[in-house]
Ligand binder design. Structure first.
Ligand SMILES: *[C@@H]1O[C@H](CO)[C@@H](O)[C@H](O)[C@H]1NC(C)=O
Ligand SMILES: *[C@@H]1O[C@H](CO)[C@@H](O)[C@H](O)[C@H]1NC(C)=O
Ligand SMILES: *[C@@H]1O[C@H](CO)[C@@H](O)[C@H](O)[C@H]1NC(C)=O
Ligand SMILES: *[C@@H]1O[C@H](CO)[C@@H](O)[C@H](O)[C@H]1NC(C)=O
Length: 466
């Protein structure tokens, strides 16, 4: 390892570029990981959110879960999971092709990484890849299944799976269906040593009304999704001073004239680096087009987009998830009622697989990752410490897990986790216990539980209230 580092430093001294002045004594400084990897937004790798997984992809930290008493038992678990790592959509492949052609025809820079792009790298992305799950995405979900069952062994158990008490619901998109199958495969492969699952069929239900609610919410589609002016703040930021500087730096690195490097080109380059890393775990030469500051600016642009299109920007963004919100809480209620009446909980575990666009509106409706200030085109600097960071919230295989515990008597508690880390329900932070009472949570969300009617909130023209 020492000699490898020496070679890197020797090479650096010759080329004068600074990218390898890194030091692999911690995972964040691993030369195989792009310096900008933690800023990829929704194109980011799950391992960047939980870096301990780089060493051991099946590691879990049970000590981070502190039930208030040792007698607490899990009675139900709902997991809402984004699909795993995927290929780019055809829209992004087109943008990447355009950038690749520009670099091939016009780049005159002399750096070794550019030489590598021009002579060794080939454009292998094709439009027919169309956002499909890749092999790494299959593993994302298999590994997540194993880790969740290690975290909650009494409920995500072989017995429950064989008993048909683990239910699967998925979006109809192939990457989600494949992710669902991969999650199941993660469980069955782990337990196959003990029992054969060959003759057991595990059904999954396809439900777009639930997992792709955003497509069917008319008010959201018309006022936000199909409305270009909804993204004004992002557009302004991509034309503002921070982004212009990124464009100029990239043009300088390629040695092309400034006007050739538009925001679309910068985005395509950022995605190329992100896809090469997420899909092949390669620190590709495309990543050398960015330094860490550039990565942070790009991350803000991507966060602005999600904030205004799926997050706190417009009220309808989160309200479009009312249908999923009620689905989750009615299932939790049912589990509590069954448990109280002495029955076995019929649906012990529910795994719901969808999209970043499924998860973000729900997280927003629940009030997670909310900053005091709105994200705008002009407050990049003051938002540096924001909690609304899609790189941390929505990597591939991102997940919200809700676990109901019976802690004795009628003491029912609910633990939320985002990407396997315990989080605190907004408004319940003052409670001493890490795990709040289910009744307190329902009180906190009373307004939504009594309203938040999907049909009503998604109607374009609301009839006047009587
Ligand atoms: C690498 O990082 C560690 C701690 O982060 C530091 O102690 C060490 O001096 C660094 N090595 C080099 C060669 O910079
Ligand atoms: C596990 O979680 C505990 C409590 O949150 C924390 O103190 C500890 O550092 C974590 N361990 C690892 C290996 O992440
Ligand atoms: C940029 O390209 C021009 C030719 O178009 C060349 O003369 C110049 O040396 C290049 N600059 C660098 C820094 O590579
Ligand atoms: C996804 O599912 C389709 C259809 O079952 C299958 O052809 C394809 O190989 C799967 N892809 C992966 C990566 O599992």
């Amino acid at each position: 390892m020492t000699s490898f580092l020496c070679k890197i430093f020797f090479f650096t001294a010759i080329t004068g570029s600074s990218w390898c002045f890194r030091n692999d004594s911690s995972p964040e400084e691993n030369p195989n990981i792009p310096v900008i990897a933690k800023y990829f937004g929704t194109k980011g790798r799950y391992e960047e959110v939980n870096p301990y997984l780089i060493r051991d992809i099946l590691a879990v930290n049970r000590s981070s879960l502190q039930p208030p008493s040792p007698q607490c038992r899990e009675i139900h678990l709902t997991a809402i999971i984004r699909h795993g790592t995927r290929y780019p959509t055809s829209k992004n492949v087109k943008k990447m092709e355009k950038l690749y052609k520009l670099v091939q025809s016009s780049a005159r820079g002399k750096d070794r990484w550019l030489h590598e792009i021009l002579t060794q790298w080939t454009m292998w992305y094709t439009e027919d890849m169309d956002g499909r799950l890749v092999q790494k995405g299959v593993e994302d979900l298999k590994h997540l299944a194993v880790r969740l069952s290690k975290l909650f062994p009494t409920i995500i158990s072989e017995e429950k799976l064989r008993g048909g008490l683990i239910k699967f619901i998925t979006s109809s998109k192939h990457r989600c269906v494949n992710s669902t199958l991969s999650f199941k495969a993660g469980l069955t492969e782990m337990w196959v040593a003990y029992f054969s699952f060959a003759d057991v069929e595990f059904q999954h239900a396809v439900n777009d009304a639930l997992m792709r609610f955003f497509d069917k919410c008319t008010k959201f589609v018309q006022e936000v999704d199909n409305n270009p002016s909804a993204l004004t703040e992002m557009d302004k930021f991509t034309q503002g001073p921070e982004m212009v500087r990124v464009q100029q730096k990239i043009a300088d690195r390629l040695n092309v004239s400034y006007h050739l490097i538009t925001y679309d080109m910068v985005e395509a380059a950022f995605y190329l680096c992100a896809y090469e890393f997420a899909i092949k775990t390669e620190n590709s030469p495309w990543c050398r087009l960015f330094d860490e500051i550039d990565g942070q600016v790009m991350e803000y642009a991507l966060d602005l987009k999600q904030f205004w299109k799926r997050g706190y920007g417009y009220d309808i963004n989160s309200k479009s998830s009312c249908i999923l919100f009620h689905d989750v809480f009615s299932r939790l209620d049912k589990a509590v009622n069954e448990h109280h009446s002495g029955q076995a909980v019929n649906e012990a575990v529910t795994v719901q697989v969808g999209h970043a666009e499924t998860l973000l509106p729900l997280l927003t409706l629940l009030g997670f990752f909310k900053d005091s200030e709105t994200l705008t085109s002009t407050n990049y600097a003051s938002q540096r410490e924001r909690s609304f960071r899609t790189s941390r919230m929505l990597p591939y295989a991102a997940n919200l897990v809700l676990v109901l515990f019976d802690c004795g008597g009628r003491d029912i508690r609910l633990q939320p986790l985002v990407n396997e880390q315990p989080v605190v329900f907004p408004g319940l932070a003052d409670q001493q216990e890490s795990m709040p009472l289910y009744e307190d949570i329902k009180r906190q969300y009373a307004e939504l539980l009594n309203g938040c009617d999907y049909e009503t909130v998604c109607e374009l023209f609301k009839p006047a209230e009587p």
